[in-house]
Design a protein around this ligand. Structure first.
Ligand code: NAD
Ligand code: UGA
Length: 468
């Protein structure tokens, strides 16, 4: 069997590498229109940082795993075509700010129809609005030249930073297909691929629409837990309760469970916000404004949490941060990844720069170029899609990027921890304190530091959801 995956990104690359590793009898080609991404996949410096990924790629590359820009050749030769292209939020036109932009998906589908000379199973790997398979089916069948296409939905549930673990031992694999003989046969074929390493009882088969919607629902539920605990964190600060103790007590209820209850400066990442907005749009289009508003609130609380953090910094520092130096520790949207898409660090840094602070940013996996790009890029505001706010060139000059936490904190008035990198737990905070301006402030957006220990050193500490 031959597999081709269109899109060599955070999902396509790791997913296909694991399929190649677990299925030595299958030839896997990962193709992309981005030549630089493909050449990075073929080099020693992979385009994404993901623990364990290098080893998997090294074991299979050039054996049964290939990365190529020859999209058409590999699509044409494949029996199974995964489509794992990006599906960002639309920034203009109908549904701007909410609807998913399916431009890349549609162009991939048209290309598949153009180059195919044999029957194919086309697998939606990207996260898409429910009913996308119907549109894709139309594009393929109306251009099929007699070729039979079966469409499956096989959403991906991996999380960045743990992608390889998640792919090796998924909680479940979800496959949706048509309930026709052809659809059922296609489901069995894809099931056969995963059955190389995933126990059969973990492979769930549903109809197409359930699979598509389950992906949006899962991300909405996960994000909703974070917004729920973040909303509680504000109440904890107002009342003297400690959010870690509250989460622990609440999570002990087996019906609720302990995971995904860490209060933070807000969730980031390329998907939670995008997928919830997409869900909101679908609800609105289906005449369900109450349901839409319910889910919209998850994002509103997330936005509130980020601005609350910035407001707390400014108000604690005598209502002015103008000219003050801040060490920003962590810029990625979570630990163990270099990904900065929708990272809360962008909003926090822009908030501080807006108040004329100076920033010295350190993240072990994010390059200076990436940080500068993120801070200068126009931020798309989902709630007010017309007003795009670029950062002024003078504000950008207030930013420096350094390669060491001690360098970042030297002479700083305040430290902001924005990503929960393990190394931030182990820093020598006495040394940091000694080299800072006094009073030395520390704002922990990820609850990684020992508040009591730092207060004993002399820091003024603000930690999300903890007594002040
Ligand atoms: P990404 O931006 O990292 O990768 C997408 C790749 O597709 C890019 O390299 C782009 O060049 C390529 N591409 C776009 N159009 C193409 C075309 N017509 N032909 C060939 N290549 C093309 O995106 P990602 O993070 O891998 O996400 C992909 C999809 O998976 C999205 O729908 C996302 O919602 C979903 N998803 C992402 C994650 C995650 O952790 N990042 C997890 C689960 C699901
Ligand atoms: C998330 C989901 O966890 C995956 O199942 C899904 O496949 C993926 O989105 C997707 O569709 O893209 P990811 O965004 O990579 O994965 O990472 P998460 O671990 O979910 O973290 C998302 C954000 O929430 C991060 O900023 C993280 O720091 C934050 N978070 C997470 C919290 O603030 N508190 C928590 O308790 C957990």
């Amino acid at each position: 069997m031959k597999i081709c995956c269109i899109g060599a990104g955070y999902v396509g690359g790791p997913t296909m590498a694991v399929i190649a590793l677990k299925c030595p009898d299958i030839q896997v080609a990962v193709v992309d229109i981005s030549a630089s991404r493909i050449s990075a996949w073929n080099s020693d410096q992979l385009p994404i940082f993901e623990p364990g990924l290098d080893e998997v790629v090294k074991q299979c590359r050039e054996k049964n795993l290939f990365f190529s820009t020859d999209v058409e050749k590999h699509v044409s030769a494949a029996d199974l075509v995964f489509v794992s292209v990006n599906t960002p939020t639309k920034t203009q036109g109908l549904g701007a700010g909410k609807a998913a932009d399916l431009t890349y998906w549609e162009s991939a589908a048209r290309m598949i129809a153009d180059v195919s000379k044999s029957d194919k199973i086309v697998v939606e790997k990207s996260t898409v609005p429910v009913k996308t398979a119907e549109a894709i089916e139309k594009i393929l069948t109306h251009n099929s030249k007699g070729i039979n296409f079966q469409i499956l939905s096989n959403p991906e549930f991996l999380a960045e930073g743990t992608a390889i673990e998640d792919l090796f031992a998924p909680d479940r694999v979800l496959i949706g297909g048509r309930e026709t003989p052809g659809g059922k046969k296609a489901i069995e074929t894809l099931k056969g691929v995963y059955a190389h390493w995933v126990p059969e009882e973990l492979i769930i088969c549903t109809n197409l629409w359930s699979a598509e919607l389950s992906k949006l629902a899962a991300n909405a539920f996960l994000a909703q837990r974070i917004s729920s605990v973040n909303a509680m964190s504000a109440l904890c600060e107002a009342t003297g309760a400690d959010v870690s103790q509250v989460s622990h007590a609440v999570g002990k209820d087996t019906r609720i469970g302990p995971k995904f209850l860490n209060a933070s400066v807000g969730f980031g990442g390329s998907c939670f916000q995008k997928d919830i907005l997409n869900l909101v749009y679908i609800c609105e289009c289906n005449g369900l404004p109450e349901v839409a508003n319910y889910w919209k609130q998850v994002i509103k609380v997330n936005d509130y949490q980020k601005s609350r953090f910035v407001n707390r910094i400014v108000s604690s520092m005598f209502n002015t941060v103008s000219g003050k130096k801040f060490a920003v520790l962590g810029f990625a949207f979570k630990k163990d990844t270099g990904d900065t898409r929708e990272t809360p660090a962008i909003d926090v840094c822009k908030g501080l720069l807006g108040d004329k602070a100076r920033l010295s940013i350190y993240d072990p996996q994010v390059s200076e170029d990436q940080i500068q790009r993120d801070l200068t890029m126009k931020k798309f505001d989902w709630d007010h899609p017309i007003h795009l706010q670029p950062l002024s060139p003078t504000a950008v000059k207030q930013v420096s990027v350094v390669w060491d936490a001690y360098e970042a904190t030297k002479d700083a008035h305040g430290v902001c921890i924005l990503t929960e990198w393990d190394e931030f737990k182990k820093l020598d905070y006495q040394k940091i304190y000694d080299n800072m301006q006094k009073p030395a402030f520390l704002f922990d957006g990820r609850n990684v530091v020992d508040v009591k220990k730092l207060r004993d050193i002399g820091f003024i500490v603000y930690s999300i959801g903890k007594p002040l």
